[in-house]
Design a protein around this ligand. Structure first.
Ligand SMILES: NC(=O)c1ccc[n+]([C@@H]2O[C@H](COP(=O)([O-])OP(=O)(O)OC[C@H]3O[C@@H](n4cnc5c(N)ncnc54)[C@H](O)[C@@H]3O)[C@@H](O)[C@H]2O)c1
Length: 371
């Protein structure tokens, strides 16, 4: 059954808004972009002109007052995500918020409470859940075709120079909420968690190696899962040869993906264990090659709205990933092992990802480009 054509608006017309508008144009039979908003009105107007959007506003309040909307895409810096999502929920409008959905677990819980009494929902952009081989892997794992999951590795080794952190909202706990854990590796370990299911415990470290940020620029974690698997996770923005790589070793096969900012089926491989060549049949079975990215997630969002369901990635799903982020920081900064769900509302790590402050808070920032 064909669904409705949804009325959408984009809030925050900077870098990532382009991925949203392009994805929406590619799905023009399912949605129209009726308006954009940005605190920088001239930026909003330039964006509207370039992408053929009829209305531009300087904020969410006027946007919500003036337009009947089905979906608002929140593409602002992270510190504005929760407040703006709450405004949309109060107006009964569904939100698709860029990652990270909030700065903290406390803000996640505020969204959960607001969603409960709103006609709208909140979905988070974690686009790497939505490529076809990620679905294939989850399907084969759920059908026990791969045997037990034993060990996994998840690496986000990226490179961001000092200029990248010149944007005032980047690299601070107050506006970005964290470093590569919160802002970069979150894409990969969200995919890891979507494949391996509930995580149990994390032991981590976070360090500031080279960038003049308030936040970490490298973090590493060891994680155990309810299903018995164990995994290592590395998140870095100081790694000149960049890669985003996940590897899952099941009893019957190794499944790997190696990409940078998006994958398609050719980036994945499956290597059967000796005597288990039969698993290849499931892996190579015919199916559309859908690249991970905003178009794939948006299509899934509209499918859910057509069915009258909460669109993916739901708040409950995103909260599991944010709980992992908070636990990683809590473990790194306290030196303790942290369990899933352990960070309750009274923990300092519930309201700020750095808790009472990163250990390097009072120390000098790393010196870059020494004379
Ligand atoms: N999913 C991905 O792959 C991906 C990639 C890059 C960035 N992101 C995320 O997207 C978000 C935005 O990143 P960006 O690089 O586009 O940032 P950006 O700085 O390029 O753009 C942000 C825009 O939001 C506007 N803005 C700020 N406050 C606002 C408000 N209250 N109301 C309306 N507009 C407001 C700014 O003026 C700016 O134009 C971040 O959360 C980032 O982590 C996601």
């Amino acid at each position: 059954m064909a669904g409705r054509r949804y009325r959408t608006a984009i809030v925050g017309t900077g870098g990532i808004a382009v991925a949203h508008v392009q994805a929406l144009h590619g799905l023009a039979d399912r949605a129209e972009v009726v308006a954009v908003a940005d605190v920088d009105l001239s930026r909003a107007k330039t964006f509207a002109e370039r992408w053929d959007v009829p209305h531009a506003y300087d904020g969410v309040a006027e946007l919500l007052d003036t337009q009947q909307l089905d979906l608002v895409h929140l593409c602002t810096p992270p510190e504005r995500h929760a407040p703006l999502a709450l405004e949309c929920l109060r107006a009964g409008v569904t939100v698709l918020v860029e990652k990270p959905p909030t700065l903290s677990l406390a803000e996640m819980d505020a969204l959960v409470a607001a969603e409960r009494v709103s006609a709208g929902h909140v979905a988070t952009v974690f686009q790497h859940r939505f490529g076809s081989d990620a679905f294939r892997l989850r399907r084969m794992a759920a059908a026990a075709e791969l045997g037990r999951p034993l060990v996994a590795t998840c690496s986000t080794l990226w490179y961001r120079d000092e200029d990248y952190f010149a944007a005032p909202w980047r690299g601070t706990w107050e506006s970005e909420g964290g470093g590569p854990t919160m802002g970069h590796g979150i894409h990969q370990f969200d995919l890891l968690l979507s494949v391996l299911g509930p995580w149990r415990e994390v032991t981590a470290l976070a360090v500031r190696q080279a960038r003049s940020t308030d936040t970490e620029d490298v973090s590493m974690a060891l994680v155990s899962f309810d299903n018995g698997a164990v995994a290592s996770v590395v998140n870095s923005v100081v790694s000149p040869r960049q890669t985003s790589a996940l590897r899952f070793d099941y009893e019957h096969a190794t499944v790997e993906v190696d990409h940078l900012y998006g994958y398609d089926d050719k980036d994945w491989t499956l290597t059967p264990a000796p005597g288990h060549d039969a698993v290849l049949a499931g892996w190579t079975a015919a199916g559309a090659d859908v690249a991970s990215g905003h178009p794939a997630q948006l299509a899934a969002v509209f499918d859910a709205l057509d069915r009258g369901e909460a669109p993916p990635v739901t708040l409950a799903d995103a909260r599991r990933t944010m709980d992992f982020v908070a636990a990683l920081y809590a473990s790194a900064f306290t030196g303790e092992r942290v369990r899933s769900g352990q960070i309750g509302p009274d923990s300092p790590f519930a309201t700020r990802m750095d808790g009472t402050g990163a250990p390097w808070k009072e120390t000098q920032r790393p010196v870059t480009n020494p004379a």
